[in-house]
Design a protein around this ligand. Sequence first.
Ligand SMILES: *[C@@H]1O[C@H](CO)[C@@H](O)[C@H](O)[C@H]1NC(C)=O
Ligand SMILES: *[C@@H]1O[C@H](CO)[C@@H](O)[C@H](O)[C@H]1NC(C)=O
Ligand SMILES: CC(=O)N[C@H]1CO[C@H](CO)[C@@H](O)[C@@H]1O
Length: 474
Amino acid sequence: MTVAQLAWQAFSFGYGLANLVFMVGIATFRDGAFTKRPSESEKKALSSAQKRYWSLTGQPLHGFMHKFFTLRNGTKLHYVLKPGAPNADASTVKNVAICIHGFPDSFLLWRKLLTAGYLDEHILIAVDLPGYGGSDNLPKYGANEILETMTEFILGMREQYLHEEAKLVVVSHDWGGVIATRLASEASQLADRFVIASAVIPQNWTSNASTKTASAKQMLHTYFRRPLSIGLLRNALSTLKPVFSQVGRSFYVFIFNLPYPLSTFFVTFGDYWLLKVLHNVAAGLLKLDGQWIRKLNEEEATDLLVSSTGPGIAQLEEGKLRYPEGVNKRIDDYGMSEKIRIYREGFLLGKWEKSLETVVALSEIPASASRQGSASSGAGLFDEGPSGALKAPATVIYGKFDAAFDKRLALEGISDYLSKASQVVLLEAGHWVPVEEEGSVALEKIVEWALGDEGKPLRGVVEEIPNAKMVVEK
Ligand SMILES: *[C@@H]1O[C@H](CO)[C@@H](O)[C@H](O)[C@H]1NC(C)=O
Ligand SMILES: *[C@@H]1O[C@H](CO)[C@@H](O)[C@H](O)[C@H]1NC(C)=O
Ligand SMILES: CC(=O)N[C@H]1CO[C@H](CO)[C@@H](O)[C@@H]1O
């Protein structure tokens, strides 16, 4: 290990620990969370919500059914499906949307989108990530494992539900968005369009950070030889500003990466204090400066909580259809210690060595009609873009007030990473676009466009969304 790596590890540990102490302090002194236990009425509300959304004998959402997809090796993913309203004219083909959530959610993240009614003529699918909701665990959560799993899932969905002439749109958020980004880059045949909300393109995100860190290092180096040139020091620090800002915003990632059991403690202590803060942020009720607009009422809080908890014990034991074994193992901590593994095991930038099955299956996907002429249909080796560039049309959605990402690092130069027929839309929203009031409406309009007639430009759609702005259009 080099000195720099050692220094980074020491910094990460120290920074994570300091933040953990700070957060526990806030939770204890501001929110009195440390000794919190759920009240009887909270417990009752949660277990009835779990029954309503997670019982395999019922409908999770109006018109939807619970389903499982089994990978070649037996790992099971849980998803919900609405087969699409039968249309009078049977000749119309139904397009397919596959929704992929992020941390710490489940298919229920998409509740608003799935029940909005705009999309009723299409086939709607929302999956639980492995390790989340009603899906099985993986032995490891690196790039190979996660991307192979999601690719096999999407291939399976294509086979079961996608009509030859229909198109497939992947709709994604947070870690789901990072997965979608990597698929759009490395397995772009999988979908006709990727809608990516509140995520980053990993390579682009880190490319400038490393350039900036390198040039700051250079400046510091020179500075140490000429310690009187304060200007150099100032320059070095200002170059690093966006990086510092991102490290600041990613403080929780450093806590998630602390050794067990510190990391697990953080995501569970104080009756799931962290989850509850996230839910308030998700609902747009906690502003960045820590001021509450209002608190969630019990019903809203339960509705958000049940998306993170997944099924309860009662749902594991009823009916013929059963949740896989992995869900059982997660029941004690709402799966939180499993869910943070996606932050810990090198998924973001890890190399994906595709399996032979995946390579073959991808090569067998015909270029769809809607993709003719886009960069993915073999437009030649020379306009492939930088490493990590997306090769399928993508619509990237950012909330201006997203606390998770520094906008400078997330959006700067993103256009170089996008293929033809891609766009970036900026919203006056926070991180949880699919849950927020304005964000969710904007998302519905954009997905409706993606599933419908792309012949009319997205610009017209975006112009009609209040407070939305198209910032990149390719
Ligand atoms: C099953 O397959 C997936 C996808 O290839 C892989 O990530 C996972 O590790 C496998 N599970 C087991 C138990 O081997
Ligand atoms: C993204 O990539 C472009 C083009 O390579 C680059 O100019 C830009 O600085 C990158 N953005 C970040 C945040 O690194
Ligand atoms: C590679 C690189 O440094 N790209 C950009 C980083 O950010 C600055 C602005 O902050 C751009 O000017 C660079 O092109």
